[in-house]
Write a protein that binds this ligand. Structure first.
Ligand code: DC
Length: 229
């Protein structure tokens, strides 16, 4: 069974998808982390984000893996190196949307994400899961929240990492840029699938969002796991 969770940054997707996957015993697939890992590798190899051919070549050459460890959660590897922390740094966040809009990059990620998702019962989160990666997913959700709330959530998350130059204004600018690039790009833009359930999480606790999603998928999961057994 595939559960697709899409939406803009800061809408609460990662937090909710992680909890949901754990509750259901499903695989958690953070597709944004995969674009971030490629971005980090491109920076390391000093490939300009504008060098589309170079980036696509890189995407075809690297090995991206997601491994779940009980205590430390999701770990992201590129060519065997754990990059889970590095991919959350602001320099990656700033340019990841430019890397993710490249056609050849999306083609590589699409294949990878489908293979991972099909290997297990999975919760996938991203921007184009319900529209492109798994258009036949059994359950689709689109999580959203008001812009200011999304900025505040990201700001609080980043504050914990004690990065000195983080300000609310910086976070708002980055988020707004990414919203624009992610939702206006030609290939697989951020968009609610017609059959996705829209949830505005602005005034909802994490617990409430998880409960709401579970209430929508409960019957489907029972059926699906019943068939699988
Ligand atoms: O969810 P995130 O902030 O970690 O995602 C990082 C970027 O990756 C996001 O700005 C757009 C891109 N992305 C995408 O284009 N398609 C996805 N399915 C997931 C993420």
């Amino acid at each position: 069974m595939i559960i697709a969770i899409d939406g803009p940054a800061g809408a609460g997707k990662s937090t909710v998808a992680k909890i949901l996957a754990r509750r259901l015993g499903f695989l958690y697939i953070d597709t944004g982390a995969m674009y971030r890992a490629l971005t980090l590798k491109a920076l390391e190899e000093e490939i300009d984000p504008g060098d589309t051919a170079g980036i696509v070549k890189l995407a075809n050459r690297v090995r991206i893996e997601l491994k779940y460890k009980r205590l430390c959660g999701l770990n992201v590897f590129i060519d065997g190196t754990n990059v889970s922390k590095g991919i959350r740094q602001p320099n990656i966040t700033k340019i990841v949307s430019d890397i993710a809009k490249i056609k050849g990059v999306r083609k590589v990620m699409l294949g990878l994400q489908r293979r991972m998702g099909e290997s297990n019962n999975s919760v996938l989160e991203g921007r184009d899961i319900g529209t492109v990666v798994f258009p036949d997913a059994q359950k689709k959700f689109f999580l959203d929240a008001r812009f200011n709330e999304r900025v505040n959530r990201r700001y609080k998350e980043l504050k914990v990492t004690k990065l000195k130059d983080i300000t609310v204004n910086n976070v708002a600018r980055d988020l707004s840029n990414r919203d624009t690039i992610d939702s206006t790009r030609k290939i697989a833009p951020l968009k609610k699938a017609k059959d996705a359930i829209y949830i505005d999480t602005t005034n909802m606790s994490v617990n409430k969002v998880v409960k709401t999603l579970l209430s929508h998928i409960k019957n489907r999961v029972d059926q699906s796991i019943g068939f699988a057994n």
